[in-house]
Each structure stands twice: as C-alpha cells, then as structure tokens.
Design a protein around this ligand. Structure first.
Ligand SMILES: [Mn+2]
Length: 369
C-alpha cells in the first residue's frame, strides 16, 4: 500500500490592500506572507511530498512585484529544502489567468523546477515519482480520473452549492459532481474557512485561508496536512498558521458609571493579535456621552483592529416624570418625543446621543475635547 502526504492550502490573498483593516493594512499584508511562510514550514516539518494551492494565492491578478518575486523564490527553495516533489497552483477568482496577470506571465516565463501552474490548456499533470495525477477544472463536471494513476487529486476553486446560502451565479460545485468526479481527493478553494464537503468515497475539503483575510472570519488561519492511501482512505490534520484571532465582546453600558470606566474595561482586553468586535449594549447612564471617536482614539492601538457597534439604548420609561418648568425637563420631554417618532435604529441612536450630550451640557459638564 502506498501513501501520500500533502499540504493543502488556498485563499492566501497575498498582496491584499485590506482597506477593512485601516491603518493595520500594511501589517496585515505582512501577516499574510508570514502565514504563507508557515505553510511552507509545515511542508518541511510534516515531510509532505506535495503542496497544493487551490487558487487565490494572490489577492489580485497583478500583485505587487516584490510579493510575486518573494513567492516565486520561496516556492523554488521549497523543493531543495524539503521532501516536496511538486507544488501545484491553479488560478482563482482573484488571480485568474488574464492578459497582463502574474499567472499569465509565470506560464510564459516558466516556473522553478517542481512548481506547476495548471490551466485550462494544461489541466492535468502526472507526477510519476508519486504515482499521482493532479487535475484542474473550471467545470467540476469535466474532471476525469487518470486510470493509470495510483491516486487522483482534483483542484477546484468555487462554491459548493448550499441551497439558500450560496448565490446561483457563483462557480457552483454540486454534491452530485463531488460524488461522481472519480477523484480520491478534491482540494477546494474559494471559501475562507475550513469546510468538509466529502461525498461517498470522495474527500472534499476547503482548508480556509492560512491567515484571517477579512474581518468577518471567526477561525484562526490554518492549512491542511492530508494523508491519503491508495485505497482511498484519508485522514487530515488542521495546522494553525495564522496569528490573528477574531474575538467578540458585548459591553453593557449599565455596568459603567462613565465613559472612562468603559474605556478602561476595553483596554483590559488589549491584544495586538486580536480583531475585536465590541458591541455596546444595554442602557447608558443618563449623562454618559458615548463618543465613539473618543473611545476608538484611546483604545485602537492596543488591538490589531477594533470595531465598535453601538446597540445601546436609553430606557426612557425608567426616567420617570420630569419637572416641566426646568430647562432640562423640557429638553428631556422634547427628546423623548423625537425618540418615539424616530423610524430607524440609527435615528434613535443619534437622538440618544444628542440627549446625553445635551443633558451633560446642561449639567455644566465638559463634554468636548
Ligand atoms: Mn478567496
């Protein structure tokens, strides 16, 4: 019985402009590259014979030249520094083979020994040392196993069809196509989180990105180390390659006497590797001005990235009857009317902030700066 060990990654998105990461975008690009390097280290550490990159290695068809050069030389070094016999690349949705693209250039120039970019023109590659044939297809229905090969691996970049969840117009891979593709293993790319879509005796996995690519990803970046034998038995390990961690924290404003206490409690969560999603909930103390810019200014450097969502509210009924003769009382009444007339949450929040600000001003507090 022969056995193959390979590393499967996809969706590395090197060179990403990462606008969602704001000022952390350049550091995010570095983290993506570091995760890719950890993926290569994983090939060495686990003595993998094959490295598979199932599309979107780059974030765009024309990544920064320095990024492309670095990848090329890292992949070239891999063969001499590890047991990896072949590295297999396919184009993805972000890095298609298009005029002027890096993929087109690499096809024209040729790649280092042992590095292969599959294309529609050259969709299959037999690797005699491993008795493996690898296949690329844009249409999963067109995958055809090589009967001479001991093992067949398919590489696809697209979405598995999940009724109600996946748009019809995305590249769709159906369960029937997976079940009937004749491959021993389908190396999927496109989705940024791990997913197991195996059907019958076909193992079909998304490894997810080796590092968190977007703010909505909950899992840490990882790659797959897969063992496959020639009887079609597969086992795999998910190896962490990413350093970023996504976290969520609800903060109930009723727990804080003032803005400073709220800021201090966010600072207690400080973590340079965290993408923190903070949700402000509950009832704000009457005179707390929830000034988002001021909070972010104080805390944002302590995190890789922090997001603030404000879902807090004012419990108007708890305030009770107000003396109508006083300016503050009249102000409260006016704001209450407006709050009740407001039609959107956004509007209600603006009113609530205006109310807190107004009350603080009327109480003679310093609220600006
Ligand atoms: Mn992708």
């Amino acid at each position: 019985m022969s056995r193959l060990r390979f590393v499967h990654t996809a969706d590395v998105h090197l060179g990403r402009s990462g606008r969602a990461f704001g000022t952390a975008a350049p550091e995010h690009r570095q983290r993506l590259m570091q995760a890719f390097e950890r993926c290569l280290a994983c090939c060495r550490d686990y003595e993998a014979q094959l490295l598979i990159i199932a599309g979107d290695l780059f974030d765009s068809p024309r990544p920064p030249e320095r990024t492309a050069q670095r990848v090329r030389s890292l992949l070239g070094d891999l063969a001499s520094q590890s047991q990896v016999v072949a590295t297999i690349l396919i184009p993805g949705t972000h890095d298609p083979i298009a005029p002027g693209s890096i993929c087109e250039r690499w096809l024209a120039e040729g790649l280092p020994d042992g590095v292969h970019l599959l294309s529609v023109e050259q969709p299959t590659l037999n690797i005699p040392e491993l008795e493996v044939t690898v296949h690329f297809a844009t249409d999963p229905g067109k995958l055809q196993p090589d009967p001479q090969a001991n093992m067949n691996l398919g590489l696809l970049h697209g979405s598995v069809q999940i009724p109600g969840l996946v748009d019809e117009d995305e590249a769709i891979i159906t369960e029937e196509q997976i079940a009937g593709c004749g491959m021993d293993y389908l190396a999927l790319g496109h989705w940024h989180s791990f997913g197991d879509y195996s059907q019958q005796d076909v193992v079909a996995l998304y490894p997810g990105s080796p590092e968190i690519v977007g703010l909505d990803q909950a899992e840490q970046g990882q790659v797959l180390v897969v063992d496959l034998d020639d009887e079609g038995q597969a086992s795999w390990e998910r190896v962490t390659t990413g350093t970023l961690q996504s976290r969520q924290q609800d903060l109930d404003l009723a727990d804080f006497a003032n803005l400073e206490e709220l800021i201090q409690s966010i600072l207690k969560l400080a973590d340079a590797d965290a993408i923190l999603d903070t949700r402000l909930v509950g009832m704000a103390p009457e005179q707390m001005v929830v000034d988002h810019d001021r909070i972010l200014e104080r805390v944002e450097e302590q995190f890789f990235r922090i997001r603030l969502t404000d879902e807090s509210y004012a419990d108007w009924e708890e305030i009770g009857p107000e003396p109508s003769g006083l300016v503050a009382g009249r102000f409260r009444e006016l704001m209450k009317e407006r709050f009740k007339a407001a039609e959107t949450d956004e509007h209600r929040q603006v009113i609530q902030q205006a109310r807190s600000l107004g009350l603080a001003l009327l109480a003679g507090k310093e609220v600006l700066g």
